[in-house]
Design a binder for this molecule. Structure first.
Ligand SMILES: Nc1ncnc2c1ncn2[C@@H]1O[C@H](COP(=O)(O)OP(=O)(O)O)[C@@H](O)[C@H]1O
Ligand SMILES: [Mg+2]
Length: 310
């Protein structure tokens, strides 16, 4: 059973089609990066999954439950961090956790609250009023609240938007930690490198349509037309070395800037052949690494392609 499955999910707001014929699936135990620019339809999709709004057409299930008829069950087993989580600002972080925990009937709520404060790195600040919390602390408290019921699925709607680099880093580390505990995570984001860092699969949504759904590594490779790039650092690289590399079978291109050379290859295993050829030709190779194109490059490319088709 998939953790999330949607079939032709569509939602109109009058003339605006916020989500259009969306079909995606999220495997249990994975982090699914749901990536798209502002207004793409990410929050609308999540609101349908949680049963806050009804689809205009199409269907979906969350942990096997139907979003149209079983949203009570869905909300019970799914942790959800809204785009703008709301708290009781005059209460402490611990107070908020205990309050929301009691609402959903958590046993030993005091103990659970302390455990969660620790998990999200708010121990020591649990007694402070939420109104004194920074944006990053609020997001972490929001995640702690989402985790109260020990969910197997966590839906995070742009958890790092507006955070400083340290704050975003902390949230990504937390996502990795939760993944290690076998929580399935549906992560909506418009921040490309963060999805790349923590996700197994990326689904790219634009103008309400899913334009890509692939494993991150497959996706990045397909963007390069199946090619990989091997980056070579060497102190005495010259034109003769360029010619030498071009003769190796499977090398498709060589480009040079300063001490760095990028070799486009069919197969990253060719790094070894490249190294041997260069060293034999007297080249002092300092390093060889396979470089992945960033999701940002890839994202710009697919969104540009889909624009041309439209
Ligand atoms: N309640 C609403 N009423 C009318 N239009 C809406 C409403 N919510 C979202 N939209 C529109 O639907 C589209 C998708 O919005 P949203 O799902 O919030 O995108 P994202 O979360 O990816 O930024 C946007 O064009 C937005 O203006
Ligand atoms: Mg949104």
């Amino acid at each position: 059973m998939n953790a999330i499955e949607t079939h032709g999910l569509t939602r109109d707001y009058g003339k605006v089609v916020a989500v259009k014929d969306l079909s995606l699936s999220v495997k249990p135990g994975t982090v699914y990066g749901f990536l798209g620019p502002n207004g793409a339809g990410k929050s609308t999709t999540i609101h349908m999954l949680m049963g806050f709004i009804k689809p205009t057409s199409g269907s979906a299930s969350v942990m096997g439950y139907d979003i149209k008829t079983q949203h009570y069950e869905i909300r019970k087993i799914t942790g959800y961090l809204p785009e703008r989580p709301a708290f009781y600002d005059d209460m402490s972080g611990r107070g908020n956790l205990e309050y929301f925990g009691k609402l959903i009937g958590i046993e030993d709520v005091e103990e659970r609250a302390l455990e969660l404060l620790k998990l999200v790195g708010l121990e020591g600040r649990g007694e402070d009023r939420v109104k004194a919390y920074s944006h990053g602390m609020r997001q972490r408290l929001g995640i702690a609240i989402a985790l109260l019921g020990n969910p197997k699925l966590l839906i995070l709607d742009e958890p790092t938007t507006g955070l400083d680099p340290q704050g975003s880093h902390d949230i990504r580390e937390l996502i990795k930690k939760l993944k290690g505990e076998n929580v399935t995570i549906f992560l909506s984001s418009h921040i490309l490198h963060e999805v790349q860092e923590v996700s197994d699969v990326v689904g790219i949504i634009k103008d309400g349509r899913l334009i890509v759904e692939q494993s991150i590594s497959e996706f990045l490779r397909s963007m390069e037309g199946g090619k990989s790039i091997v980056q070579v650092t060497a102190s005495n690289f010259d034109d003769s070395h360029v010619e030498l590399l071009k003769k190796i079978k499977g090398v498709c291109g060589v480009s040079r800037n300063d001490g760095r050379v990028e070799v486009v290859v069919d197969d990253p295993a060719l790094a070894e052949d490249i190294n041997i050829a260069l060293v034999n030709a007297g080249c002092r190779v300092r390093g060889l690494t396979e470089v992945m194109p960033t999701l940002e490059d890839a994202f710009l490319k697919v969104t540009a392609d889909s624009k041309e088709e439209a």
